[in-house]
Design a protein around this ligand. Structure first.
Ligand code: FAD
Length: 401
């Protein structure tokens, strides 16, 4: 009977266990994770879990009974250190060796560390894991001023929570707009305005030069000035965990290269989630960092592992919660897309559609569930849409299709 080993006990690893069993895989499965707990959801870490309104138990994707019922051997708190492709074995840091017939690498990504003077001071935080939030939340309770380095979606979600804790918040961003990697300019401008109204101070086009303090942080030096801060949250992106694949001779370049079946060039090895790079729907090589991509790639990897290869072509989607605003994004926008606005940002309910060759290629919806849901369908169908109809809020979304 074939044996499957999964490296990485996160969103993709957990989904792979469920999908392998759902597809009828009957052989042994072992899942190895370097964190000391079962797979959990990360999105609440910068939202409700940081706020303290979500219990830790609710973070876990599945109860322990799920892995027992799925007859999955779980090894937590132990990193896998190498892959021997000839012997088809994975070596663990504690000396154990696991044999496999099919291997899934689902190692996710890690935070990009900032390398500037003072980066080792206490008071400096990153946000990726339960442990990170468990360190940050008590600091929120005692601190008065927070500096957020990087105005991406994690930095802004943390800023929104920090305002609820009544902290003074300063966001320092190197580019000229917030969430620049993830959203269009109108959405960036809307979110910057909302945060400013909530009391967040922004310094845009400003590079951080260093952190001040003796042992503990007292300020952030940026753009030739020093901003007082007793804690800092650094959110400057992530780095895919692909070293274990690279060391095993698999092709990696900002992610493990996989094809549309989530397979690497080694027919026994698959990869899924943040650690991968693949050709997206539009043909571009992309690396996605989202729950959707981790789940869907794990499903397709499982299908391929059980001999039912099915190409991955789902529309990417993502969300972010800040204050009372739910941002939902589907598809991938490009700079040359024609932008069509539906609704008024002033009403805190609107959508930005991105049209390419006459069809919807992406949608960003703020508190606008129908625009998001139907937008996703329009993207999947690639059907031509009249821009003036999309812009007309008198025409219900369901009639646009
Ligand atoms: C704070 C935060 C908020 C987020 N919010 C959103 C959101 O709102 N919407 C959204 O779509 N996405 C969000 N994301 C992104 C989303 O959580 C990730 O894209 C998703 O978790 C990726 O799943 P994964 O399985 O690839 O990686 P992970 O869930 O990170 O799991 C990988 C696991 O593998 C482990 N690992 C790594 N190397 C080894 C090794 N050698 N041996 C053993 N184990 C190893 C890692 O420690 C980790 O536990 C957020 C992420 C964070 C950090």
């Amino acid at each position: 009977m074939e044996r499957v080993v999964i490296i990485g006990g996160g969103q993709a690893g957990c989904q792979a266990v469920a999908s392998l069993r759902a597809e009828g895989f009957a052989g042994p499965i072992a899942m190895v994770g370097d964190e000391p707990y079962a797979p959990y959801q990360r999105p609440p870490l910068s939202k409700t879990y940081l706020m303290g309104t979500m219990e830790r138990d609710r973070l876990f994707l599945k109860p322990d009974a799920f892995y027992a019922q799925a007859d999955c051997q779980t090894i937590y708190g132990v990193p896998a250190v190498s892959i021997n492709r000839d012997a088809k074995e994975v070596a663990l840091a504690d000396g154990r060796v696991l044999g496999y017939d099919k291997l899934l690498i689902a190692t996710g990504s890690r935070v990009r560390k900032i390398k500037i003077p003072g980066a080792d001071l206490s008071g400096l935080h990153y946000l990726r894991s339960i442990a990170d939030v468990d360190a940050l939340r008590p600091a929120f309770q005692s601190a008065k001023t927070l500096a957020v380095v990087g105005g991406g979606y994690i930095g802004l979600e943390v800023a929104a929570v920090a305002r609820k804790y009544d902290l003074s918040v300063t966001v320092i961003e190197a580019l000229d707009r917030v969430m620049a990697r993830a959203v269009s300019r109108p959405v960036s401008e809307f979110y910057e305005k909302v945060h400013r109204e909530a009391g967040v101070v922004f310094h845009m086009n400003t590079a951080v030069e260093g952190f001040e303090g003796r042992d503990h942080l007292t300020g952030v030096r940026a753009g030739g000035r020093v901003f007082a801060a007793d804690i800092a949250l650094v959110g400057i992106g992530v780095v895919p965990n692909c070293e274990i694949a690279q060391d095993a001779g698999l092709e990696c370049e900002d992610g493990i290269r996989v094809d549309k079946f989530c397979a690497t060039a080694d027919p026994a090895i698959f990869a899924a989630g943040d650690c991968t790079r693949h050709h997206g729907r539009g043909g571009d090589l992309i690396r996605l960092e989202s729950v959707q991509n981790a789940i869907d790639q794990a499903k397709h990897a499982a299908l391929a592992m059980v001999g039912k290869p099915t190409p991955y072509g789902e529309v990417p989607w993502f969300w972010s919660d800040q204050y009372d605003l739910k941002l939902q994004i589907a598809g991938l926008a490009k700079p040359d897309d024609r932008i069509v606005m539906r609704g008024d940002p002033g009403s805190r309910k609107f959508a930005v559609f991105h049209l390419r060759a006459g069809a919807v290629a992406a949608v960003e919806a703020v508190n606008a569930a129908p625009e998001y849901m139907i937008g996703r369908k329009l993207i999947a169908d690639a059907a031509p849409v009249a821009p003036e109809r999309l812009a007309d809020t008198a025409i219900p979304m369901k009639n646009i299709v």
